[in-house]
Design a binder for this molecule. Structure first.
Ligand code: FMN
Ligand code: SF4
Length: 516
């Protein structure tokens, strides 16, 4: 009697871009040719991207990983006993015991790579929907209290306390309220939202459902960036299953509550990640920032009270309900509670997802997890928090990755993206790039951003080309322009562009004085 062997091949966009689909095809053909029965299951990524495509075979002693595997490796792997978990140069063993993963504190991303994203029963077997079950037995105000007590702050960038936002929406007396999930994930070097949506979409759906119960919303929207087609497919599948199985829709889980979720695709503008632009876009208009007040929590989508939260914020909610606010709160430091999925990218040897309690230092992340630059050259700078985040020089690498510690260095954590640069980087050009990015992506509503960013690009060009002794005056003017943008912009795009520019000016001034 032939036995069926289960093998996991990621369907994560990162793994796919490295050839995971060809690996799956080669496994199917190779196993068939050898008369083996294979069950290929598709999971998300574990987040060790330098080892992708990372496949895992289920053996009597547990899952055994191999990676990075190419389609060309497959015939020899099969010949040498892949399906029995045999030794091979690509064999990684039990990947959960790999130091890179074992040293992490995976809470929000606990099921990534483990669960089948299309299988609701698998999700439930791995602790899924335990949070919703708790929430269904609580009064809405008590759900809000649990989130407030957990210390959860928004992971989209602004780090606003989630409990306060939910309380505001909860307190509004209207018939219609919305949950709007911000899945625009526009920051450079970030991918944790995508990993959750592709690898564990039910956790987001469950988090949104709990948010709906807490504030009394009946409809949710996921605003997804159009560049994430795999996430769109994974979400569509999971939403269908959740609906069929009674976890969404009318009278969900026989609770007397109605809640459903629809996905809306953005059109690729960075500003549509800013929450009020996102609401404009969701309503079918051009993504332009709204003046606040009123806050979206009071007058948001279609003029109704709306919870706007990031994917990671919402996907962290089920665990808080299931394990309790104190459990979550016990991770972290100061006012930065819980864990943060850090995304390590750029010129780094071992890039990927590192979920740890707040407080890990930049050095521990970049040198420890990352193993230094991919080029082998010294690391000169890291940019934290996306294209509008500050650049930190090596002398600041002992800064802990938490909201307050970074703010004290005139930096920000944002969505947790960390991009590494080696010593060949020209920081004056990076400052110019930040201003150019702002000019291209500006929604145009306010002058400091719309005009200031373009004048900033011209100013950096002049500084770099200066031959007539005007450089010092232009450097002072650039600093003044940063002041105007920081204080006078209507939203964070114009308001935060000074962070990369000023950090480059402060820590890497010689790059501006060298000329181009
Ligand atoms: C220019 C700009 C772009 C933003 N892009 C995103 C984004 O892509 N995803 C996101 O979740 N938040 C983004 N934000 C933050 C949102 O405005 C908002 O604070 C967030 O979605 C609220 O959710 P949270 O409290 O769960 O973080 C952006 C903000 C600005 C100013
Ligand atoms: S800062 Fe820029 S993106 Fe924000 S409202 Fe003003 S013009 Fe629009």
């Amino acid at each position: 009697m032939s036995t069926v062997t289960t093998i996991w091949v990621p369907k994560d966009a990162g793994a796919l871009s490295l050839g995971a689909e060809a690996v799956a095809a080669a496994l199917a053909t190779g196993a068939k040719a050898r008369g083996h029965e294979l069950r290929i299951r598709r999971n998300g990524s574990r987040g060790l991207y330098w080892l992708e495509p990372l496949i895992e075979v289920e053996t009597a002693t547990g899952r055994v990983a191999y990676g990075p595997v190419t389609a060309a490796d497959v015939p020899k792997l099969l010949e040498e006993g892949l399906l029995e978990g045999a030794p091979h140069v690509l064999r990684l063993g039990d990947i959960a015991k790999h130091e890179w993963l074992a040293s992490q504190q995976r809470l929000t991303g606990a099921r990534l790579g483990l669960v089948d994203p299309a299988d609701l029963d698998d999700y439930v077997a791995q602790g899924g929907y335990a949070g919703l079950n708790v929430a269904l037995a609580l009064a809405p105000a008590d759900i809000v209290r649990a989130i407030t007590d957990s210390g959860l702050r928004g992971r989209g960038g602004a780090a606003f306390p989630t409990g306060i936002k939910w309380q505001t929406v909860h307190d509004q007396k209207t018939d219609r309220k919305y949950i709007a999930c911000n899945a625009d994930e526009g920051d450079s070097g970030t991918f944790s939202d995508r990993m959750i949506m592709e690898g564990d979409p039910f956790s987001l759906i469950e988090g949104m459902t709990i948010a709906a119960l807490a504030v009394g919303a009946t409809q949710g929207y996921i605003y997804l960036r159009v560049e994430y087609p795999h996430a769109a497919r994974a979400l569509a599948r999971a939403l269908d299953v959740a609906r069929v199985r009674g976890y969404l829709g009318r009278n969900l889980r026989d609770s007397g509550h109605d809640f459903d979720i629809a996905v809306r695709l953005g059109a690729g503008a960075y500003i549509c990640g800013e929450e009020t632009s996102m609401l404009e876009s969701l309503e079918g208009r051009r993504g332009e920032v709204r003046v606040r007040p009123p806050l979206p929590a009071i007058k948001g989508l279609f003029g109704q009270p709306t919870v706007v939260n990031n994917v990671i914020t919402l996907a962290s909610v089920p665990l808080i309900l299931a394990r309790g606010a104190t459990f979550y709160r016990d991770f972290g430091t100061g006012k930065s509670r819980g864990t943060i999925p850090l995304q390590l990218a750029g010129n780094v040897k071992r890039g990927g997802l590192v979920e740890r309690a707040f407080g890990l230092t930049v050095r521990e992340l970049v040198e420890g997890y990352g193993g230094g630059s991919a080029s082998g050259r010294p690391v000169r700078a890291v940019q934290i928090g996306g294209p509008l985040g500050a650049y930190l020089p090596e002398s600041q690498f002992d800064t802990p990755l938490d909201y307050e510690a970074l703010a004290a260095k005139n930096a920000l954590l944002g969505h947790g993206g960390v991009v590494v640069f080696d010593d060949t980087v020209d920081m004056a050009k990076m400052a110019r790039y930040a201003l150019e990015f702002c000019a291209v992506e500006s929604c145009g509503k306010c002058t400091p951003c719309r005009i200031g960013s373009s004048r900033g690009v011209e100013l950096v060009d002049r500084i770099l080309k200066s031959t007539n002794g005007t450089r010092a005056a232009d450097l002072a003017l650039l600093d003044e322009l940063c002041d105007t943008m920081f204080n006078g912009s209507l939203c964070g795009l114009g308001g935060m562009t000074p962070f990369p520019v000023r950090s480059a000016l402060t820590h890497f001034r010689s790059d501006f004085e060298r000329g181009s």
